[in-house]
Design a protein around this ligand. Structure first.
Ligand code: SF4
Length: 487
């Protein structure tokens, strides 16, 4: 019998968190991201105001999605483009493969697009004999390894230079001396150049669809996006319906906030606006321009008033980077295209209840919510999904003793003195227990934690004692201030 998604997740997560080489690569990657992100945020005068503005823009767009999408469609058609509404992955893939067959396409170049991963487009094209080249460097690397992207912004962040060099040697037949990054990039570039100039079709995603002007906005750092969208005869932009925004001027806020949250940059190296096929007299651009608007479960989310805001996501990856669970188990363990907190919230809606277990891949620390540039209340959505998980299984059966333990907990939480005495007793008994060397044994109430770890040293003072002494210190300080003021 094949393992369920939940079993695979538990197995892979346990494996990855024990892989110290993997954890070291991720730790280093995240450290440089943290530093860049912090610096980037400092560049924006009022980061919180910028987040609020982005939230307002996305809320307005998502609450009036029907109107803005129709406006976008009308403008694209007026510019000479085509718009196709795909209810699901199958419809989107069928449209694009039929287009490829009609135009006798043999080679496709793709720039980075998570939606195309979601609908498994490359596979559909390969099935009809089309050669697909991923042209974003990270995507190119994971394609050579025949694996999905590891992260929504940095698809190959789980690999170091040596591994990439070995991969290139093995798959591209050329050795790179000293794993020099510049030489590795140059090798990939040479290979990809050939693809760009032989491809008949270019496929991209879209970071935003601008309703009032009918253009798609793409942020990239490598220039491959522009080559994919302007060199081949046909350009197909594949995007989720939630990417629409009302006005061109909204990009003035969204673009820098996306870049800051994604990589810490003030703005990405290339910001491209595409509004249709090549016009008479223009030197470059495709002869045909198609936009495929993918629903694939998003309408269902739109209809859910409590979770609709999940559609505000601009796929910056910041919630993945800050998540302590993601940092330990990595992107592939989730078994989904969208990993991390946003993936755990979104995936059950896109792929069904089989992925509801992902809502437990969280410590509920709320770091994801605090960092999200569009202020999605991620950890509450995770809780919401946990509730759905339990309800879908008929309310769940409590473990033995669970009910009375919760009753006891409620009783203590409602009576501060009882709680304080309980805490005091617990600290003392744990001290004795640890003194006897029984940490992690069946006698230890903290066994779940302590059986695989050294017990955390017990604090001398409880939180309540510390709180009291802090308050007293504050009072004294205030009293001093009053006296000084009084003078
Ligand atoms: S949920 Fe927020 S932080 Fe996470 S990827 Fe989306 S926009 Fe970024």
């Amino acid at each position: 019998m094949s393992a369920t998604a939940a079993e695979r997740f538990l197995r892979d997560a346990a494996e990855k968190s024990a892989d110290l080489v993997h954890r070291e690569i991720i730790r280093r990657g995240m450290e440089s991201y943290d530093a860049a992100h912090l610096k980037g945020r400092a560049r924006i005068k009022d980061w919180e105001a910028a987040r609020r503005k982005c939230q307002e823009i996305k809320r307005e767009a998502v609450n009036h999605l029907d109107r803005y999408l129709l406006q976008f469609e009308e403008k694209v058609i007026a510019h000479g483009g085509h718009v196709f509404w795909a209810a699901d992955s199958a419809e989107a893939c069928a449209y694009i493969t039929a287009l490829a067959q009609r135009h006798n396409v043999r080679t496709v170049v793709k720039s980075k697009s998570m939606v195309t991963e979601e609908i498994n487009l490359s596979h559909a094209l390969e099935k009809i004999g089309v050669k697909v080249w991923e042209t974003d460097l990270g995507e190119f690397i994971v394609q050579l390894r025949n694996e999905p992207p590891y992260h929504i912004v940095t698809p190959a962040m789980h690999l170091n230079r040596r591994q990439i060099s070995e991969l290139f040697h093995q798959k591209l037949g050329e050795a790179v001396e000293g794993d020099d990054p510049a030489k590795l990039v140059a090798l990939a570039r040479r290979k990809l150049r050939e693809a760009f100039f032989s491809a008949e079709m270019g496929i991209s995603g879209a970071n935003f669809l601008v309703a009032d002007s009918g253009v798609i906005a793409i942020s990239t750092n490598e220039g491959n996006g522009r080559l994919c969208t302007s060199v081949p005869r046909i350009h197909v932009a594949v995007t989720g319906i939630e990417k629409v925004i009302p006005r061109l001027e909204d990009l003035a806020t969204l673009w820098p906030v996306l870049a800051t949250s994604g990589t810490g940059q003030g703005i990405t190296t290339y910001g491209t606006l595409i509004g249709g096929p090549r016009r008479p007299g223009e030197a470059d651009g495709p002869e045909e321009f198609h936009v495929v608007l993918v629903d694939n479960g998003r309408s269902g989310l739109l209809a859910d008033a409590e979770q609709r805001e999940v559609l505000h996501c601009i796929r910056c990856g910041a919630c993945l980077n800050i998540c302590p669970v993601f940092r330990h188990i990595g992107g592939h363990s989730y078994g989904t295209i969208y990993p991390g907190p946003i993936g755990s919230v979104l995936t059950p809606h896109l792929r069904g209840p089989e992925f509801q277990h992902l809502s437990y891949a969280s410590s509920l620390c709320g770091a994801c919510t605090s960092v999200c540039p569009v202020k999605i209340d991620l950890h509450h959505h995770l809780l919401h999904n946990r509730r759905n998980f339990v309800e879908d299984r008929g309310g769940g059966t409590p473990k033995p003793g669970e009910k009375w333990r919760f009753r006891l907990w409620r009783y203590a939480m409602q009576r501060p003195r009882v709680y304080a005495v309980g805490g005091w007793l617990m600290r003392r008994s744990l001290r004795v227990l640890y003194g006897l060397g029984l940490a992690g044994t069946v006698f230890d109430p903290m066994r779940a934690w302590n059986r695989r770890r050294a017990p955390v040293p017990l604090p001398k003072k409880s939180f309540r004692d510390l709180w009291k002494s802090e308050l007293t210190a504050e009072d004294t300080k205030d009293a001093k201030v009053t006296r000084i003021d009084g003078v």
